[in-house]
Design a protein around this ligand. Sequence first.
Ligand SMILES: C[S@@+](CC[C@H](N)C(=O)[O-])C[C@H]1O[C@@H](n2cnc3c(N)ncnc32)[C@H](O)[C@@H]1O
Length: 221
Amino acid sequence: MKAASDAILRPEQAAYLEALEPPRDALLAKMEARAAERGYPVSDPEVASFLAVTARGARPRFIVELGTNIGYGAIVLARAAGPDARVLTFELSHDLCEEARGFIAEAGLEARITVRQGAALHELEKVEQPIDLAYIDCVKEEYPRYLELLVPRLSPHGIIVADNTLWYGHVARSVVPEAQRERTEALRAFNLALVQHPLLRAVVLPLGDGVAYAVKMPAVS
Ligand SMILES: C[S@@+](CC[C@H](N)C(=O)[O-])C[C@H]1O[C@@H](n2cnc3c(N)ncnc32)[C@H](O)[C@@H]1O
């Protein structure tokens, strides 16, 4: 996703921020190499760092991730959230689910990360337990619907992190290539709904390809 952050920041700023990232451990480095080899869209290292900082601070018990790929984000989140946290992550592709389960086993996290094969929207509808942290990193056109389904499922002070919300900078452009229009419109709608949501406090950050961060406000009695 280097091209995405280069489209948002000046390339020298993106390179500077990338160089600030601490070295990854052997497993994450291996997963990044695998993703690069296969062209898999795993989270950027700086987004992974943001997830880790967020999870370390909030100590979520129940985390839901939309879009597993090979399990990179799920492993980062489970490690950072600590030994009491569980991660439920959804992935459409059977092969990617299998690959993710392999890496999760290598990380020794099989007991805490569940990879569920299925369409994220369909699987999310079935979640009944309050969600402490949700990571949206899936079908861009579906982001507005993910938000609708997530807000009522979030615990008080529950957090939403969403990746790719600036979409190569397209969300801010007046002229968007035809092939990107539907995704761009969906992400614009998502960003607006997030920052204007009466139950959330939210911000969209120029990190990686754009990361949205929201916290659910507890009900006032
Ligand atoms: C950007 S990747 C996820 C990266 C991962 N979150 C990470 O941190 O490395 C998005 C994933 O969503 C999967 N996907 C696409 N459509 C989906 C759907 N309808 N439901 C669930 N997963 C889907 C893709 O196969 C892909 O692996």
